[in-house]
Design a protein around this ligand. Structure first.
Ligand code: R5P
Length: 300
């Protein structure tokens, strides 16, 4: 793989370094600064002509800035006419706007994936993009990294007797998988979200007695915390012991941390797809590096 380099974007959060370490590939760091008028400036300081470029750029908050920087990076990378351009985008912003919930809305995730493809990306690798089908809008190779095995490996011993709780239907498969890896039980809730206000409520008929057992709420994203708070309140009301939360992408918008604490969540676990200083972070570099390696093999 002499002709392959890892390019670390403005929002790699250690993943470019990790992938470079696990795959023993050279790491190129870009130059970047904010111009006086607020625009982003980036530059790739090395000639990468004819190389296979693996660009790592996440799109965690500020999402729009990191997306613009991604497009600038792709344009700069293309100027070297790379043999292959692989994009690792650990957290894919806008993945939850995957349909027109209300008339006149965009399908944001599709718009972004089409733009990325139009900028010459051959293969795209991302972690848990909310709905796996969304990646179909990207007309190149794509690979989705499932973080659950890495989570189970990191937290397995502490949580093996816990009940894994999916806060809504979308999270059932995640809860099933984590529970099966930890050899424990799981259950799920019915959640409703108001399409206009975004307010979360639990549907009628949710029942489960946790009988004092610890609970791990699993989701893909924690954003306002509304979903997790409802699940934590349900767990507390139904005799849960310690309540923890695990999610691939801990966006945790303003006030979320306190909302989770107030709801009785004692431990918050996530990954380095997103910058977060208030949670326990599990490094996904190794599992992402495995994904990069498999994409490199199939694209040779
Ligand atoms: C929704 O279907 C997602 O899987 C998450 O549950 C949701 O986006 C979390 O957002 P919030 O923290 O704002 O409730």
């Amino acid at each position: 793989m002499d002709d392959t380099v890892i390019l670390s974007g403005t929002a790699s959060n250690g993943i470019a370094e990790g992938v470079s370490h696990f795959l023993k590939l050279p790491l190129i760091k870009i130059e970047s600064k904010l111009l006086p008028d607020g625009e982003s400036y980036i530059r790739i300081p090395k000639d990468l002509s004819g190389k296979k470029i693996i660009l790592v750029q996440s799109t965690y908050p500020p999402q729009d800035k990191h997306l613009i920087e991604l497009f600038l990076l792709l344009d700069a990378a293309k100027s070297f006419n790379p043999k292959n351009l692989i994009l690792v985008i650990p957290y894919l912003a806008y993945a939850r706007q995957n349909q027109r919930f209300n008339e006149g809305e965009p399908i944001s995730v599709e718009a972004i994936l089409k733009l990325i493809r139009s900028m010459g990306v051959n293969s795209l690798i991302t972690v848990e993009p909310h709905r796996l089908e969304s990646l179909e809008a990207f007309e190149g190779n794509s690979l989705i990294i499932d973080p659950i095995a890495a989570f189970a490996k990191a937290i397995g011993k502490e949580f093996k007797n816990s009940v894994i709780l999916a806060p809504d239907h979308g999270a059932i498969k995640r809860a099933e998988k984590l529970a099966s890896l930890l050899k424990t039980d799981h259950t799920s809730l019915n959640k409703e979200r108001d399409k206009k206000s975004g307010e979360v409520t639990l549907a009628e008929g949710n029942e489960y007695d946790f009988k004092g057992r610890d609970v791990v709420i699993i989701d893909d994203i924690v954003s306002t915390g509304g979903t997790v708070v409802k699940a934590a309140e349900f767990a507390k009301k139904n005799n849960a012991g310690k309540i923890s939360v695990i999610a691939a992408h801990l966006i945790m918008a303003d006030g979320c941390y306190q909302r989770l604490k107030d709801a009785g969540v004692s431990s918050i676990i996530g990954s380095n797809t997103v910058e977060n200083t208030r949670a326990r972070i599990i490094d996904l570099s190794e599992v992402i590096a495995e994904g990069v390696s498999s994409v490199l093999k199939t694209s040779d």
